[in-house]
Structures are given as C-alpha cells and as structure tokens.
Design a protein around this ligand. Structure first.
Ligand code: PEP
Length: 249
C-alpha cells in the first residue's frame, strides 16, 4: 500500500544523552499527522530509543545492516541483532554507504535479500551524482541502480520496499532538487517499475525524496503527485525543523 512517510536519518550524530533529549523533544512537539514518522538513530542507541518510544507512533529504524547472518565480520550488525532489539525497518543503499564504504549494487542486492528473508522492511536509497545529471545520464544511472539491486525480487517482496530517491548532489549540500526535478524522476522510477513488473505494483510503492529537505521547501516537494514523503538528514536533528516537515506532509 502506498504510504506517506517522513523518515529522519540521524547518521553518525547524537550520543546517548542527545538521543534521549531529541526523542523527548519529538514526543512533546511532533504534530499530529496521517503520515508515518520514522527516526534512525545510530546502532548503539536503538535499544534506548525503543524504550523511550514504547507507546509512541514514531517508529525506530536502523541505518544499515550486514548481509551475512553472523560470524567473523568485526564491527558489523546482523538482521537478527536488529530484530532482537525491535527494529522492523532498515535503510539500505544510502549514498554515504556507497561512497565511503564501497557498497555496490551487488552488495546491496545481498543486503536486500537478507533483510527480506528476516521479514524486515527496507528504505532503499539510490540516486545519481552531479556528473551524471550534468551529462544527462541521471535516468540511466537510477534505472540501473534499481535494476541491479531490486529487480531480481519477486513481485510479492515489493510490499516491504520503500524507495528513497536521493540525488547525491543534493544530500547535505543545501542544494535541493526542484519539486519539478523530483517529480520527473519519481515518475520515471514508477514507469521503470511498471515496465519491470506492472502498473498496479508501481502505483503501490512509496517513493520518498531525500536531499536537503527543509521546512521551507518540504510542502512544495511533498505536493508533487509521485512524491510520497521524505528522507531527512540534517533537518531531522532539530525537533522543530523535523516537526515542521512532518506538518508539511
Ligand atoms: C540523507 O542523508 O538521507 C539526507 C537526505 O540528508 P540531508 O537532508 O541533510 O540532505
């Protein structure tokens, strides 16, 4: 089912006491909304976040996981570990994971398979770099990222996939895709999924936009017909900004 979602990716920010205080602020100030609200604190604070948000609608999700089940993978976190503290949804394929930690489409396909095997939901991130857009190659890049990491999945698996289109040139740069650029790409993504599967499935997938979404631009971006919400980085670290973005949806 197509859903409205605002998800905050906290990245490598917020120690334990900062996590507690941001969650406290969010619980006190987040506006009522029909949209689903998710936050992704760092691994070490997931357990505490679940404790604090026990009776709250805000969903706690993870930023990453490894594709192996267990074993000699120092520093990594498995799907089973995430599930054991209550995580049901994991972000995979963030451009920072791709750029700084060598995560390829092939690795991501394995992570997707493992997450789905464990019954988890995935917020799958992808998007082109600035050079791709400048050379008018952005549709090709996005199409192949989807194909390589997701199109091996059976149609039934897509009920657990949320997409997050994040043009790399707009992440953490203050530069945002225009609402028209976001809509154009989201429409292309839906068309690409419809060609690989069918139109009904493509219309059911929630596609979030990510890349310098702020209170000032959220409403216009979320107003586009193929944009179902946002993945928010910097602005998710201040309750007032995140609340304003939730309100905008
Ligand atoms: C992100 O990290 O997914 C993101 C969109 O970051 P920012 O909002 O800071 O651009």
């Amino acid at each position: 089912m197509r859903r409205k979602i605002v998800a905050g990716n906290w990245k490598m920010n917020m120690d334990l006491s900062q996590t507690e205080s941001l969650i406290d602020d969010l619980m006190k100030t987040l506006p009522e909304s029909d949209a689903e609200v998710m936050i992704a604190p760092t691994f070490v604070n997931l357990y505490r976040a679940f404790e604090l948000l026990k009776n709250n609608k805000i969903e706690v999700i993870a930023q990453n996981m490894h594709f192996e089940e267990s074993g000699a993978f120092t520093g990594e976190i498995s799907a089973a570990m995430l599930k054991s503290v209550g995580v049901k949804t994991v972000i995979l394929g963030h451009s920072e994971r791709r750029a700084y930690f060598g995560e390829t489409d092939g690795i991501l396909a394995k992570k997707v398979d493992t997450a789905l095997k464990h019954g988890m939901e995935i917020v799958f991130c992808f998007g082109e770099e600035l050079e791709d857009r400048k050379s008018d190659n952005h549709f090709n890049v996005v199409g192949s990222q989807l194909k390589n990491a997701l199109f091996h999945l059976p149609a039934d698996a897509w009920k657990n996939i949320i997409l997050a289109y994040e043009p790399v040139w707009a992440i953490g740069t203050g530069e945002t895709a225009s609402p028209e650029q976001a809509q154009e790409m989201h429409e292309f993504i839906r068309k690409t999924i419809a060609e690989a599967y069918d139109e009904a499935l493509a219309n059911e997938v929630s596609i979030l936009y990510g890349g310098s979404v702020k209170p000032a631009n959220a409403e216009e971006i979320f107003g586009k017909p193929d944009v179902d919400g946002g993945l928010i980085g910097g602005a998710a670290l201040a309750a007032a900004d995140f609340g304003a973005i939730v309100k905008a949806i």
